[in-house]
Design a protein around this ligand. Structure first.
Ligand code: 2P0
Length: 330
């Protein structure tokens, strides 16, 4: 099925641009990861995932209707060439909304997180762009439909439409209309995420090709859907019971299991740097001393630490440059 077939079911045929708009969407960190697609055109996942949104860290996107015949795309204050990869991705995504009409925009995106460093700026970017297009074209789409549209830009973007804990239901339908983010009702004040930046540079293999390579070449990947399903259940329980140890253990094992499938791909995919391993060992050492700290990692060398507010000061002594976020406040 094509993305345009899905759009036919969600959007009116004729849309028109109104005023300039600006929207924000948070980045999100998965505690149970999305890794592998059953449909690459629609970004439909092989497994359900669960994330937490990062409050103020994310993407601000402004859309200004223009008279031009191409979109004019700016990223972090820099104008991009129309042929640049990011520009093309943005324009192709806007094509889904403008359909056959001559509606072009100046698109200004600012990320307050390092771009393409495994900190999921594509998730917040496509979510913010979806929200901005919804406003600019006065579409008034419900949250599930916004999430479905954002997913077609980048899978993990479907979780960035919501705050707090978010489950991405994998769905069963071929058109993906049942595959979108759902906000969990539970809050967890004092739940903290710390970003350990090992390397903010562009990664050599993006998630899209990384997950395809894993699905196609790693026999170990066969065990992943089961691991993810079991972990999702444990995380739901941990969140419902505010069981931090269960949450941390499950998230860390889930991330390492995903990385195991990456390493077992061919050619091998190792996103870690020596400093990533050193940081993991530091976390394990702190834990052996009784500190409740866990980590998760995405398709990059950086670690995201999971801990509780009471341990923040101690943790900062060991990770002095830690940027911490409290998605639910104190
Ligand atoms: C996640 N990642 O659940 C996982 C863990 C990276 C590792 O979602 O191809 O940029 O656009 O659907 O969403 C990153 O993958 O990939 C991602 P596409 P996306 O956060």
């Amino acid at each position: 099925m094509k993305r345009t077939d899905v759009v036919d079911r969600l959007l009116p045929k004729v849309v028109k641009a109104s005023a300039s708009v600006e929207q924000f969407a948070p980045s999100n960190i998965a505690l149970c990861k999305y890794w592998g697609k059953r449909d690459r055109e629609l970004n439909l996942p092989i497994n359900a995932s669960l994330s937490v949104s990062l409050d103020y860290l994310g993407s601000h996107t402004r859309l200004i209707p223009t008279e031009g015949q191409v979109d004019d795309v700016w990223l972090n204050g820099q104008q991009l060439q129309p042929g640049a990869r990011f520009s093309q991705k943005v324009s192709e995504f806007i094509d889904l909304f403008r359909r056959d009409q001559n509606l072009y925009f100046k698109v200004e995106t600012r990320n307050n997180i390092p771009t393409a460093a495994g900190l999921a700026s594509s998730a917040s970017g496509f979510a913010a762009l979806t929200l901005a297009l919804n406003d600019a074209l006065a579409l008034d789409l419900p949250p599930e439909h916004l999430s479905i549209m954002a997913r077609m830009g980048s899978g993990s973007a479907c979780r960035s439409l919501f705050t707090g804990f978010v489950e991405w239901r994998m769905g069963q339908r071929k058109d993906g209309l049942d595959s979108h983010g759902v906000q969990l009702e539970q809050q967890w004040p004092g739940f903290c995420i710390g970003l350990v930046e090992i390397d903010a540079g562009e990664k050599a293999t993006d998630s899209r090709s990384g997950m395809q390579r894993t699905v196609e070449t790693a026999h170990l990947y066969q065990s992943w859907p089961l691991q993810a399903a079991v972990d999702l259940g444990k995380l739901q329980q941990a969140i419902a019971e505010r069981d931090f140890e269960l949450l941390g253990q499950t998230a860390e094992q889930n991330a390492l299991s995903m990385h195991a499938t990456m390493i077992a791909s061919w050619p091998p995919l190792l996103y870690w740097q020596p400093e990533s391993v050193a940081a993991m060992q530091k976390v394990w050492q702190l834990r052996s001393q009784g500190l409740q700290v866990y980590f998760t990692m995405d398709a990059g060398p950086n670690l995201k630490l999971l801990f509780q507010r009471a341990d923040r000061a101690t943790l900062l002594q060991h990770f002095p440059n830690l940027e911490t976020v409290e998605p639910f406040g104190c």
